[in-house]
Design a protein around this ligand. Structure first.
Ligand SMILES: Cc1cc2nc3c(=O)[nH]c(=O)nc-3n(C[C@H](O)[C@H](O)[C@H](O)COP(=O)(O)O)c2cc1C
Length: 179
């Protein structure tokens, strides 16, 4: 099984620490294709055919991004708008992604305890990422548990290394429905 990781961070090589570390870990596996959206499309012009081919070449797709205003950096929204076309991803005959496995890997600046009904962010990361889950449902992909790293600015190198290993494990895990 091959995993496609669509990384959406405009400063992966410069400002990023957490996402860069997670990507570095996954690059160690031959099972994983890393696809950096901002690096591939600095002008925001998405090559739809290429993206659709990439999707079809993988069984599992992970959308990895830093949480920005409780959402993803904007190129991911544009990617969904462009790539998941009517009659291809949904609608009549739009069954090309049926049976894929989708998940999100999110990094957040706020601490883990803030993401819940008692915390100052009020909602869990699972709730924040519901639109992706709903999209997976629409295109017939199976939704996998979220991977998250919170407290991004404070997390120690050791904790980050551990999180990266857990991410790798989760990204490559075989699910009951997986091949
Ligand atoms: C424009 C912007 C918006 C952000 N919004 C949130 C947010 O809504 N919730 C949160 O927990 N952190 C937020 N953050 C913090 C980022 O999630 C955090 O810096 C990032 O996950 C760290 O990953 P990196 O080291 O790969 O950049 C925001 C950061 C920026 C720059």
């Amino acid at each position: 099984m091959h995993t496609l990781v669509i990384v959406v961070h405009p400063g992966l090589e410069e400002g990023s620490r957490v996402n860069r570390r997670l990507v570095k870990q996954l690059r160690e596996s031959e099972q994983v294709t890393i696809h950096e959206l901002y690096a591939n499309y600095p002008d925001g012009k998405i090559d739809v055919e290429r993206e659709q081919e990439l999707l079809l070449g993988h069984k599992r797709v992970i959308f990895q991004f830093p949480l920005w205003w409780y959402s993803a950096p904007p190129l991911l929204k544009h990617w969904f708008d462009e790539v998941l076309t009517f009659g291809w991803a949904y609608g009549p005959g739009g069954d090309r992604l049926h049976g894929q496995e989708w998940m999100v890997a999110v990094t957040a600046g706020s601490p883990a305890e803030s993401y819940g009904p008692e915390g100052y962010n009020r909602y869990s990361l699972e709730e924040m990422t519901r639109p992706y889950e709903a999209t997976a449902n629409l295109v017939g992909a199976n939704w996998l548990p979220l991977f998250g790293v919170c407290n991004a600015m404070q997390v120690s190198e050791e904790e980050l290394g551990l999180a990266a290993c857990q991410y790798m494990e989760q990204a490559l895990s075989i699910t009951a429905r997986g091949r």
